[in-house]
Write a protein that binds this ligand. Structure first.
Ligand SMILES: [Zn+2]
Length: 259
C-alpha cells in the first residue's frame, strides 16, 4: 500500500522559525556544492517535504564548471528546471568555484548570512566523508560551521540580520560511498508514486550529467535498497549531525527492522 501524499513530515520538526505561526512548517534549506548534488543525494525527500507543504530553498555553491560534461550556462538552466520540478526556490552563491572550494571563515559567514535570511527549521548539507568530490565534504563542514555562526549574536559581519537557531542539521550522501559509516541514518519513506515520479524528473533535468553513467537508475536503486531494508518501496537516508530530540517516544517513527 502506498501512503497518502498529504501527510505531516515524519521526521523533520514542523516547529521552529521565530515569528511563524504555531504549527507552521519552518522552511527547509539545502546546500549543494554542484548544480545536481541535492537532487541526486536526497531529491526524493525534498519532493516529499514540498508535497507536505514545506517551503524549500536550494543554495548551490558553484556552476559545476569543472565537470567534464555541461557548460555552466546549461548546468544553471538544468538546476533551475530541477528545482522548479521539486517546488524549490534556488539561488547560486559564488565561493571559490568548482573543485577549488576551501574551508574559510569568510565562506562560513556567507552561508550563515543565508541561514539568517531564510530562517530554516532544517538544514541539509553534503556528508563529511572525505573520499568523494572534495567540494562535497568541504561544503558540509562549512555549512556545519555556518549553522553555528548563524546563532552567535556578536559577529559583526552578521549584525544586520537577527540571529537564528536551526532545529536540525542533516547530511545527505551524493553517492553511496559518501554515506557516513559512524552515524545511524534517519530513513525517510519516499515511496509515493508521485514523489518518485517528481524526483526522477528532477534528476533527469540534469541531462548533461547522464552521458557517463545512468545516475538516475543508480540513485533509484540505492533508494530501493534502503527501502527494502526498512520495509517500504523507496527510502532516502539522512545522517543527523547530532542526536535528535523527541518530545515523546511516540514521535520517533519506527525501527527499520521489523523485529
Ligand atoms: Zn557534486
Amino acid at each position: 500500500m502506498k501512503r497518502p501524499l498529504t501527510r505531516p513530515p515524519a521526521t523533520l520538526s514542523p516547529s521552529g522559525g521565530e515569528g511563524r505561526g504555531e504549527g507552521a512548517l519552518a522552511p527547509l534549506l539545502a546546500f549543494g556544492a554542484h548544480p545536481d548534488d541535492i537532487e541526486f543525494g536526497c531529491g526524493g525527500m525534498i519532493a516529499s517535504e514540498a508535497c507536505a507543504g514545506r517551503k524549500i530553498y536550494f543554495v548551490i555553491c558553484s556552476h559545476g564548471e569543472a565537470g567534464t560534461h555541461g557548460k555552466p550556462k546549461q548546468r544553471i538552466a538544468e538546476a533551475k528546471r530541477a528545482a522548479a520540478l521539486l517546488g524549490a526556490t534556488i539561488e547560486f552563491l559564488k565561493l571559490d568555484g568548482d573543485a577549488h572550494l576551501e574551508i574559510r571563515a569568510a565562506h562560513a559567514i556567507k552561508l550563515a548570512k543565508i541561514i539568517r535570511r531564510i530562517r530554516p527549521g532544517g538544514v541539509l548539507a553534503p556528508s563529511l566523508v572525505e573520499n568523494q568530490h572534495p567540494d562535497h565534504a568541504r561544503l558540509g563542514k562549512l555549512v556545519r560551521d555556518a549553522a553555528r555562526l548563524a546563532r552567535y549574536g556578536g559577529l559583526k559581519e552578521l549584525r544586520s540580520l537577527t540571529p537564528h537557531k536551526i532545529e536540525q542539521l542533516f547530511f545527505y550522501a551524493v553517492t553511496a560511498e559518501a554515506e557516513p559509516r559512524d552515524i545511524t541514518p534517519v530513513l525517510i519513506d519516499v515511496s509515493g508514486p508521485e514523489i518518485i515520479a517528481t524526483w526522477t524528473a528532477a534528476m533527469k533535468a540534469h541531462a548533461s550529467q547522464m552521458s557517463t553513467r545512468n545516475y538516475v537508475e543508480l540513485q533509484l536503486t540505492r533508494a530501493r535498497l534502503l527501502g527494502a531494508r526498512a520495509g517500504v518501496d523507496f527510502a532516502i537516508a539522512l545522517f543527523p549531525n547530532e542526536p535528535l530530540v523527541f518530545a515523546s517516544l511516540a514521535q520517533a517513527g519506527r525501527g527499520a527492522r521489523r523485529f
